[in-house]
Design a protein around this ligand. Structure first.
Ligand code: FE2
Ligand code: FE2
Length: 285
C-alpha cells in the first residue's frame, strides 16, 4: 500500500526481514553459517539494511524524537490503534493474509497459552503498535528493523555492519568510541537508540505498564543487545535486572507467526477487558 503521505510500505519486505531474523537466530544454525547466510538474504532485506544503516544518524534520532514525542498527532485507544494499524496490509503480497492485528493477537494468545502474566499478554498484544509511524509517512527503515545505539561506535554484531560506512556519523570522532557521547555504565535509558516503533510506543504507554513490560516494548528490536550480548559497557544494574524479560518476550514476537490465524470474534472481548485493566480509553499518540 501507499500511505497517506505517499511513502511505500511493503509488508513483503517486513516478512522477509522477519524470516531473516528467524533464520539468523535459529538455535540450530551452524556457528559459522552466518556469512553465507547474509549473502543469501532476500534483496529487499539487504536494501532495507542499506537504507537503515546509512540514514539512522545521531541527528536523525534527535530530530524524530522532537517531531513525534510531543504526542499531539492523535487521540486513540489501544484497540482502535490495532484496527488503525491494520491499514498496513500490502495488496501485492498474495502469500500472507496475516494482518498486523493477527500478529498482535497471535503473539498475545501464545503468551496466554503459556500462562504468562496478564501484563505480559497485554504487552505481546500491543508491542508493535508503534508501527503506526508508517501510516504517518515514515519510511520503513525508520520504523522497523533491528535497533542499535547512535552516538557511539556501532558494535560488530550489528548485521550488515559494512553499510555503516555510508553513515555520516562515521566522520564524527565523538561518535566513534565504544561509549561515544555516553558515560560507561550510564544505563540504556540514557542512551539514544536508532529511531523506530519500539521507542515511539514506549513513550506512548510509559505511564501505564509495569517496568518489565516497558523494557520489553522499548528494546524488543534491540537484537545486538538482547541476542548478541553487545553494549554491556553502557548497561546499569536496572538493565541487567530487566534483560531476562526482554529475552523472555522475544520468542512470542519471532515464533508465534506459524500459529493458526486467530479468531478475533472469540478473542476480542478478552483483550478489550485486558486493555481496560491497564489503559484509559484514549491515549495521546
Ligand atoms: Fe516489533
Ligand atoms: Fe512483532
Amino acid at each position: 500500500m501507499v500511505t497517506a503521505t505517499g511513502t511505500p510500505y511493503s509488508h513483503q519486505t517486513e516478512e522477509h526481514w522477519e524470516q531473516f531474523l528467524q533464520a539468523r537466530y535459529d538455535p540450530a544454525r551452524e556457528k559459522d553459517g552466518f556469512r553465507s547466510f547474509t549473502l543469501d538474504a532476500h534483496p529487499s532485506v539487504v536494501e532495507f539494511y542499506r537504507l537503515n544503516h546509512a540514514q539512522q544518524t545521531y541527528a536523525f534520532g534527535l530530530a524524530k524524537r522532537e517531531e513525534y514525542l510531543g504526542l499531539n498527532r492523535r487521540r486513540m485507544g489501544i484497540w482502535e490503534g490495532l484496527e488503525y494499524l491494520n491499514q498496513l496490509v500490502d495488496d501485492s503480497d498474495p502469500d500472507t493474509d496475516l494482518s498486523q492485528v493477527d500478529h498482535a493477537v497471535q503473539s498475545a494468545e501464545s503468551a496466554r497459552r503459556d500462562g504468562q502474566p496478564r501484563w505480559f499478554q497485554l504487552t505481546a498484544l500491543i508491542h508493535d503498535l508503534g508501527k503506526v509511524l508508517c501510516l504517518w509517512g515514515e519510511p520503513q527503515w525508520a520504523v522497523v528493523g533491528d535497533t542499535f545505539p547512535v552516538g557511539c561506535a556501532w558494535d560488530k554484531s550489528i548485521v550488515y555492519h559494512d553499510f555503516f560506512a555510508a553513515n555520516p556519523d562515521t566522520a564524527d570522532p565523538r561518535f566513534q568510541t565504544p561509549a561515544g557521547v555516553y558515560e560507561p555504565g550510564c544505563g540504556l535509558r540514557n542512551v539514544m537508540l536508532s529511531w523506530g516503533h519500539d521507542e515511539y510506543l514506549y513513550q506512548v504507554v510509559k505511564n501505564y505498564l509495569p517496568e518489565e513490560a516497558l523494557y520489553m516494548i522499548r528494546y524488543h528490536s534491540f537484537y545486538p543487545w538482547h541476542r548478541e550480548g553487545a553494549y554491556t559497557h553502557l548497561m546499569d544494574s536496572k538493565d541487567h535486572e530487566m534483560l531476562p524479560w526482554v529475552r523472555r518476550f522475544n520468542p512470542y514476537d519471532l515464533y508465534s507467526k506459524s500459529d493458526s490465524k486467530p479468531d478475533l470474534a472469540v478473542c476480542r472481548p478478552y483483550y478489550q477487558e485486558l486493555i481496560a485493566e491497564y489503559f484509559p480509553p484514549l491515549l495521546n499518540w
